[in-house]
Each structure stands twice: as C-alpha cells, then as structure tokens.
Design a protein around this ligand. Sequence first.
Ligand SMILES: Cc1cc2nc3c(=O)[nH]c(=O)nc-3n(C[C@H](O)[C@H](O)[C@H](O)COP(=O)(O)O)c2cc1C
Length: 170
Amino acid sequence: MKILVLNGSPRPNGNTAAMVKTFKAEADANGHSVVDFNVCRMNIKGCLACEYCHGKGHGECAQKDDMQQIYKELKDTEMLVLAAPIYYHGISAQLKCVIDRFYSALYPTAPRTLKKVAMFLSSGDNNMYDGAKFSYDGDFLGYLGLEGCGIFTNHDRDVMKKIADMAKVL
Ligand SMILES: Cc1cc2nc3c(=O)[nH]c(=O)nc-3n(C[C@H](O)[C@H](O)[C@H](O)COP(=O)(O)O)c2cc1C
C-alpha cells in the first residue's frame, strides 16, 4: 500500500516525530511504501479560497508552492497519516494549512485510490484532542468516507506498540 505521512511538528526529535518513525519502520517492514513529509520545512501557504481549482483549474491549485509535491503524492496514495502536535487545542497551523489546501485535491471527492486515514497527535496535557478529533471524524471519516485506522496520542499507554500493531494489519 502507498502511504503518505504528513508531519506538522517542527521538532525533529519530538513526540510526533517518534510516532512517525515507529509507524514508518513497521510499515516499511511490512512491505508498504511510505512517503513522509515534514510540512514545517516546506513552503506551503494558506488556501486563498479563489476557487480556481473548482473552475478554470480543473482540480489544479493556483498556488505553485511546495504543496505541489504533496498533490503529486495524493493522486495515487492509498492511506493518509496526519501527524501533529496540539497547539492551542487544535493541530499545528503548519498541518492545518496543508489540510485547507486539500480543497483542490480532496473536495468534493478524493481520488479513488485513497481509502484509509490515521492520526498521530502529541500534546502537553491529556484530553486535548477534541478539535483534532472533530476534523478527523467529520472531514476524513464522515465526509470523505475513509476507513479510520485510529487516533494515537502521546498520552496513550503503549502508544508505540499500538502504532506498530496498526501498521502490521494495514
Ligand atoms: C504554540 C504551542 C501551543 C501549545 N498548545 C498546547 C495546548 O493547547 N494544549 C497542550 O496540551 N499542549 C500544548 N502545547 C504543547 C505541545 O502540544 C506538546 O509539547 C507536544 O508534545 C509537542 O509535540 P512535538 O514534540 O511532536 O513537537 C503547545 C505548544 C506550543 C509550542
């Protein structure tokens, strides 16, 4: 399976990065093809709501920034992993920017290849995940109808094992 991981933590050795590392190692070992981007190191601007993508652009975004690298992968990826720290009760702005830019590629429908989604979250306090969960449930499971492989957080007991187990049964 082709898997696209989008990491929205700027900390290269942080909690989110550790979850991504565990997932990638296990998914690789199980024969999956994982492409991961740290979106904090990319030049990705916010959605302009210009609607070029839904008109003249025929699905192409008008902005030619690093999001183009992600659009290329989205065309045939089968699973999306959204990974981020919680900042002020929501996912980091860096990942939120990317999700807003999904507007050209995943709205009104996602490519048929895209079937699954998972989320990795990291926060200082526990129970800080309602905002991120609302988007995961509403946008990715509900609206897009993807199969949810779970939300994993740094406060979950044995989270690395749980992530590795999930990667084994994809
Ligand atoms: C700008 C900013 C806002 C934050 N807001 C919250 C918050 O609302 N709730 C919380 O529990 N932790 C908050 N934190 C703490 C981070 O979520 C926490 O340190 C997290 O584990 C960082 O993940 P990382 O190691 O993957 O970068 C915030 C941290 C920063 C830098």
